[in-house]
Design a protein around this ligand. Structure first.
Ligand SMILES: [Cu+2]
Length: 123
């Protein structure tokens, strides 16, 4: 359990950093499509992630967090996106199990929104 406790603590710290700086949000940047899709079963170990929104976003002030099957949270480095309305990242060394992508996005009108995409890495 000790290793898991540490993982949870790190995940908690990442979540705390995440929430800090957030302001009350209205639904401004809304996720319009994602790879993977919600509840999709994908094959690992590597996966290209793409989240597209309904409006332009400030990618430098947006964050993407991966929560692994053991509840460890990792802030993902973002790739340069092809468009101003998307976030992209590459996941590597995925194991089998249930994952969650947590996104927090600053839209160009200054409003922060957030949400989740759950997916599973299967055989
Ligand atoms: Cu807004």
């Amino acid at each position: 359990m000790r290793g898991r406790d540490i993982a949870l603590a790190i995940g908690g710290a990442a979540t705390a950093i995440w929430i800090e700086g957030a302001r009350p949000a209205q639904a401004h940047a809304i996720l319009s499509e994602s790879t993977p899709r919600e509840a999709q079963i994908v094959s690992g170990p590597d996966l290209a992630v793409g989240l597209r929104f309904n409006c332009r976003i400030d990618a430098r002030r947006s964050r993407l967090l991966l929560i692994s099957p053991d509840m460890h949270g990792t802030v993902l480095p973002l790739l340069d996106a092809d468009a101003a309305d998307e976030l992209r990242a590459t996941l590597t060394a995925l194991r089998h199990g249930a994952y969650r992508l947590h996104w927090q996005v600053l839209s160009v009108d200054g409003h922060i929104t957030r949400g989740d995409v759950s997916f599973r890495v299967g055989r």
